[in-house]
Design a protein around this ligand. Structure first.
Ligand SMILES: O=C(O)C(=O)C[C@]1(C(=O)O)C=C[C@@H](O)C=C1
Length: 157
């Protein structure tokens, strides 16, 4: 189907992409972001590993993607967590060993949530933004109450 907007982009590999309304883009692969956050009970390898595993399990089960389609994953940790890199935990997951991973320290804002691990996944997906599920677990559920039930469009499913 040709987009009513009439904008067709012929790439070098002859792939045709249409740009238009949200309906037009369903089924066309794009890079989307998946957010998540959680808290670790302690600054220990075990507690951080448990929190990261639980968070990535939730994100993977809610979004059903192939790790092969991940562009990159960035974790942030608050300054009170330094026992292990979240990326070191993530890398042990099935098919995650080739995913580009990065850890950075979260900026320190007075009064913000302690022992918090955040994640931002960039993913190639045919799903529209409204079908991307974000996961805010444990004490991090208060950070984005609209997303703590994990649906981007804030509907409960
Ligand atoms: O989404 C989160 O993890 C938040 O804490 C919320 C929020 C925001 O205000 O949007 C704040 C700080 C983070 O760096 C990212 C986003």
């Amino acid at each position: 189907m040709v987009s009513p907007y009439g904008c067709i982009d012929l790439k070098h590999d002859d792939t045709i992409k249409y740009y238009g309304s949200e309906e037009d883009t369903v089924g066309i692969w794009k890079v989307r972001g998946i957010r998540g956050a959680t808290t670790a009970s302690d600054n220990t390898k075990e507690a951080i590993a448990q929190a990261v595993t639980e968070l990535l399990d939730a994100i993977e089960s809610r979004n059903q993607f192939d790790p092969e389609d991940i562009v990159s994953v960035t974790f942030t940790a608050t300054g009170d967590l330094d026992a292990i890199f979240p990326a070191a935990i993530a890398r042990q997951r099935p098919q995650w060993d080739t995913v580009p991973l990065l850890d950075v320290q979260q900026m320190q804002v007075e009064g913000s949530l302690k022992r918090c691990i955040r994640v931002l996944i960039h993913l190639n997906t045919p799903l529209p933004q409204k079908e991307i599920y974000h996961s805010y677990l444990r004490d991090a559920c208060h950070l984005r109450p609209d997303w703590s039930l994990t649906h981007a469009s804030s509907s409960v499913s």
